[in-house]
Design a protein around this ligand. Structure first.
Ligand code: GDP
Length: 346
């Protein structure tokens, strides 16, 4: 701000002084809106629901623990082979509150033990799609109810699908699973336990999986394009991220020492595989995308695309049923109307 003019002082009227003080601020003030939104969001906290799917033993729990540095599966009970034959897909949910630099995140991990483990895996994805639909239904009911202030949002924002590293591409169960989920959730395919493969084998498997995803018309999560005004470094990172899919990942619950540093890794007789070393695997890319760069986009697509499709379908079914039956029948319970004074109180 410029200093007061020399001849100011006692001879300057109050309105002149006001005009002078504000002549440089030729804005109304809405430029502070992002700050207001930022403050409000930080105060409210964030939530994110991540689902993991893939047959047991592919390293799902280990990877989740490595991603969020929490032991989410302390009390997991592993089933015997006999128990697994008759086991159906279960859905389990773990929630943790994480805080980083004052920003709170309520993280929910939805696990799907039993998927792909049975002898007959026909439609084994059904309990998973039903679960996703139930969360949409719950949200739809809450949103259409009277008190919409504290709606608990349990919609699944992303599903990490674990592809085994041992095969020659996608198996029929992988194709069926991803196709069944593609319009309900953001599917991110991963090549699990990639320390079992050489760099050349990883390249070949990635190419094969990408080809098959195209061939079978599977819709996996598409990274949005970088904004045109982003700098070259950001654009390069974005290109690398897209070219690395499906991410080849490694998980570990162990901290090992290498080059005088403690790192999360796997210790083998022939050496150490480092989870966070970008020349060993894509773990860092996955974590960056999931937590640092694309969490919001995953939530937006869930809300604007997958949930909107579900909602539109629901409303369409409702209206066509009303038209054919010629009577009002809604899948959402119609609550009794409140009296005026009750409305005022709430
Ligand atoms: P889940 O049943 O899919 O949750 O699999 P777990 O996380 O329980 O892992 C099953 C086994 O695989 C355990 O012995 C893990 O130590 C091991 N494991 C987990 N991640 C990896 C990995 O990235 N590479 C290798 N080689 N083994 C892994």
């Amino acid at each position: 701000m410029n200093p007061l003019p020399h001849d100011a002082g006692l001879y300057v009227t109050r309105s002149q002084r006001y005009r002078w003080c504000h002549r440089e601020k030729e804005y109304v003030g809405f430029a502070t809106l992002p700050n207001q939104v930022h403050r409000k969001s930080v105060k409210k906290g964030f939530d994110f629901t991540l689902m993991v799917a893939g047959e047991s033993g592919l390293g799902k729990s280990t990877l989740v623990n490595s991603l969020f540095l929490t032991d989410l599966h302390k009390d997991r009970k592993l089933l015997s082979a006999e128990e697994r034959i008759s086991q159906t897909v279960e859905i389990t949910k773990h929630t943790v509150d994480i805080e980083e630099k004052g920003v709170k995140l309520k993280l929910t991990i939805v696990d799907t033990p039993g998927f792909g483990d049975a002898v007959n895996n026909t439609e084994c994805w059904r309990p998973i799609t039903d679960y996703i639909d139930q969360q949409f239904e719950q949200y739809f009911r809450d949103e259409s109810g009277l008190n919409r202030k504290n709606i608990q949002d349990n919609r699944v924002h992303c599903c990490l699908y674990f592809i085994p590293p041992f095969g020659h591409g996608l198996r029929p169960v992988d194709i069926e699973f991803m196709k069944a989920l593609q319009d309900k959730v953001n599917v991110v395919p991963l090549i699990s336990k990639s320390d079992c493969l050489t760099p050349n084998e990883i390249r070949k498997l990635k190419d094969r999986v990408r080809e098959e995803i195209d061939k079978f018309g599977i819709k996996v999560y598409q990274f949005p394009d970088c904004d045109s005004d982003e700098d070259e470094e950001a654009k390069q990172k974005d290109r690398e991220l897209k070219e690395s899919t499906p991410f080849a990942v490694i998980g570990s619950n162990m901290v090992v020492e290498t080059r005088g540093q403690k790192v999360r890794g796997r210790l083998y007789p022939w050496g150490i595989v480092e989870v966070e070393n970008q020349s060993h695997c894509d773990f860092v890319k996955l974590r960056t995308m999931l937590i640092r760069t694309h969490m919001h986009d995953l939530k937006d697509i869930t809300c604007d695309c997958h949930y909107e499709n579900y909602r539109a379908h629901c409303i369409h079914t409702m209206t066509s049923k009303m038209n054919t039956d010629n009577r009002v029948e809604s899948p959402i319970p119609i609550l009794p109307l409140m009296k005026d004074e009750e409305v005022m109180d709430s």
